[in-house]
Design a protein around this ligand. Structure first.
Ligand code: SF4
Length: 380
């Protein structure tokens, strides 16, 4: 199928796309990650569509991690969130996959909210701002249905043990390695250097505390940080954290999704009218005129709307395939697809916001430390 693997993610931005594809492949060819195979899928009774479609396409130590789980070992998943803005659909999709993994593996899920990272890298003006986003983001994440008692959130600077573990692990990281991994210059502030140890502490906390092997679902471009933490784990004699890598969904304009460019993404807070407007402006693979499109068909390989429908709306391959054919044959027009995408996301986000609201009074139950008055922070 053309839309499987990387097929649908490339097209209009061909150079960027090919570079990206080359990066994805290099992770396996040059950096020792392994591809997700049918054998890996066979660990799951009904593998998630993002695994079947190889949206999650590569891994490190996933086999070992799943073997331990199959032998009855308790396992953990760690996935952090840097709270410097509101969450959009791209962020949410990763956590939706993690929610599925939690159910499948009965795993404990740890979600560090790294206010320290966003502060030292200058993405927020102060820690107070990051704190507000951390609580807001936590509501979005938990609204996906994560289980109470198996899901543990914390804000990095509010967690004493993270400081202890980061200090412990910092002896195994050199200045030069951190500088190279994070691409830092000599004038980088000291916090950015120490943050590498904090990140290792986030990932390794479940292993350090309880001996649980950890899996980190993550974007492919985050691999250098995973390699750093895996090296540290090896040096201190811990299970090297497993990783599963995803490719990216393009933003609505065809560029990467970015919270600082609202036109590229849909925030969970976006009102229906805003969603419709953004989707109406999205990049498609449509032709110059209706007549031409009816005659020649569209080009779904180039189309962000098709990419979003395939990722966020259609739940099975048959539906994706039917839509692909309908586009190719000129049976459907871009306006139809945009209306379908907008209606589906509006409906889903309305439900999401209802769930978010219902969690405000329960939020503290998911945190491993006191979070104070949530209403006061979010609605001052
Ligand atoms: Fe994309 Fe739909 Fe237009 Fe085809 S008809 S190019 S799938 S928006």
């Amino acid at each position: 199928m053309r839309w499987r693997h990387w097929g649908i993610h490339f097209g209009v931005h061909e150079v960027t796309a090919l570079e990206k594809k080359a990066d994805y492949e290099r992770l396996i060819r040059e950096f020792g990650a392994e591809p997700i195979t049918d054998e890996i899928l066979s660990y799951f009774k009904d593998p998630h569509i993002l695994l079947r479609r190889r949206f999650f396409y590569a891994h490190r130590s996933l086999r070992e991690y799943l073997d331990l789980h199959a032998k009855g070992h308790e396992v953990a998943i760690v996935s952090g969130r840097g709270p410097s803005n509101y969450m959009h659909l791209g962020h949410l999709m990763l956590f939706a996959f993690i929610f599925w993994l939690q159910k499948e593996l009965k795993a404990r899920v740890y979600i560090p909210l790294s206010d320290d990272e966003k502060y030292v890298f200058g993405k927020v003006k102060d820690l107070k701002e990051a704190y507000k986003y951390a609580l807001d983001n936590a509501l979005d994440i938990l609204a996906l249905g994560f289980q109470e008692g198996r899901t543990f959130l914390y804000i990095s600077t509010h967690t004493q043990k993270i400081y202890e573990y980061a200090t412990l692990l910092s002896r195994y990281l050199t200045y030069n390695t951190v500088k190279a991994t994070f691409g830092l210059s000599d004038s980088a502030n000291a916090g950015t250097i120490f943050y590498a140890a904090v990140q290792a502490a986030h990932i390794l906390m479940p292993t350090l505390e309880m001996g649980y092997p950890v899996l980190v679902p993550i974007g492919a471009d985050q691999d250098p940080y995973m390699r750093l933490t895996r090296d540290v784990a090896e040096r201190v004699g811990l299970f090297k954290p497993a990783a599963i890598y995803s490719i990216y969904v393009r933003g609505l304009t065809g560029e990467p999704m970015s919270a600082s460019r609202p036109e590229t993404c849909i925030f969970t807070k976006d009102e229906p009218e805003v969603i419709r407007k953004k989707i109406w402006m999205a990049l498609t693979g449509g032709r110059a005129s209706v007549k031409e499109q009816r005659e020649l068909g569209g080009e779904p390989e180039k189309c962000v709307v098709f990419e979003w429908l395939s990722t966020y709306v259609f739940q099975d391959e048959k539906k994706i395939e039917e839509h692909y054919r309908a586009c190719r044959s000129g049976e459907i027009l871009c306006g139809d697809c945009k209306r379908l995408l907008a209606a589906s996301l509006i409906k889903r986000l309305e439900e999401h916001r209802r769930k978010r609201k219902s969690l405000i009074d329960k939020l503290e139950r998911f945190f491993i430390h006191d979070i104070g008055d949530v209403n006061e922070v979010l609605f001052p």
